[in-house]
Design a protein around this ligand. Structure first.
Ligand code: ZN
Length: 148
């Protein structure tokens, strides 16, 4: 059975927040989604927050050229050895300084310690809800539609 999750992460992979702030974030989201479908997760180290079967391609954020999957996987393996604390690398396509977190994932993905997951979300939060969340958490956020 397929399953869709909407994941919300910070654009800053190392971002974490406290329980009190998470409760406030949940209160904002609970106006839009059933509270039982909203979950918060914080991991000790940074993880790749993937889009599941929605992963089609990944492109350079400087020149827009697609990365070969082998190349991308090697970069991820290399960064994983450092617990994803350093996601920077030099692209082979245009020799630009980039970060695995800044590449153009199609569909979006990213790296994070802190993840909000909403199961079977019918849609993304409204712009107003999103700006409330960003104001509360003090960080810009990224939406990841994950399909398993
Ligand atoms: Zn490039």
């Amino acid at each position: 059975m397929s399953h869709t999750l909407l994941k919300i992460i910070s654009i800053d992979p190392g971002f974490v927040t406290n329980m009190e702030t998470q409760e406030k974030a949940k209160a904002i989201l609970a106006k839009h989604y059933r509270p039982s479908t909203i979950e918060f997760q914080t991991t000790d180290s940074i993880e790749f927050i993937d889009q599941g079967a929605n992963f089609e391609s990944v492109a350079c954020n400087s020149c827009g050229r697609d990365l070969e999957m082998d190349e991308w996987q090697a970069l991820v393996d290399n960064a994983f050895e450092k617990q994803f604390e350093d996601l920077t690398f030099i692209t082979s396509c245009c020799h630009s300084k980039s970060s695995l977190n800044d590449l153009k994932y199609n569909m979006p993905a990213g790296f994070a310690k802190f993840t909000v997951s909403i199961s079977e979300a019918p849609e993304e939060p409204t712009e107003n809800e999103l700006s409330q969340l960003e104001g509360l958490l003090g960080t810009k956020l990224r939406m990841i539609w994950c399909h398993y």
